[in-house]
Design a protein around this ligand. Sequence first.
Ligand code: FMN
Length: 184
Amino acid sequence: MTVLGISGSMRKEGNTSQLIKLVLERCELAGIKTEFISLAGKKIHPCLGCEKCKEQKWCVIENDDWDAVIRRVLECEVLIIGSPTYYYDVCGHLKNFIDRTYSLYHDHKLAGRKGVAVAVCASKGANRTIETLEGFLSTHEFSSLGWIKGTGYEEGAVLRDKDAVYKAHQIGDKIVRLLKPHLD
Ligand SMILES: Cc1cc2nc3c(=O)[nH]c(=O)nc-3n(C[C@H](O)[C@H](O)[C@H](O)COP(=O)(O)O)c2cc1C
């Protein structure tokens, strides 16, 4: 029963990571096990569109970090997936990660989990980022626990976005209620 946060940003300690960590901290305080993975520095090749995964039920690309990360996703109960907004959408690095999960779609391997979409932007475009992330979650039959949009440019600035911080705490509490229904 774990809550996994994944930030697709190349800024390891950037705004996306920090917003996701606010949710995770809330869960940790209630005694729920969490894990955080930054895709920064990880090698994630793009999907080849080879369709071999339809037969193999797993991505045929080897020798990169996608495999290790997706195995953590398969083990989680709640996934908090976040991206910085790049040109009004998710960043390319996270999109590569998402595209490769097509290999798990054929057998609905990710279905039944819960998901939260997190997007950060400097000024505008986070709506589409959320839409893309929610599209990923719903395609894989996650149930949505909501979304968080934050605003900030330089690293850490999102923590000054009071609405985003509030929403992160709210969603953290929702996860706690879901996973620990008998807590006061
Ligand atoms: C290539 C690139 C494209 C960006 N595109 C947008 C954009 O479309 N809208 C916006 O408001 N901010 C944009 N930004 C700013 C980032 O979304 C913003 O700095 C965000 O806080 C970065 O999150 P991070 O610290 O998690 O990487 C862009 C930044 C970069 C580097």
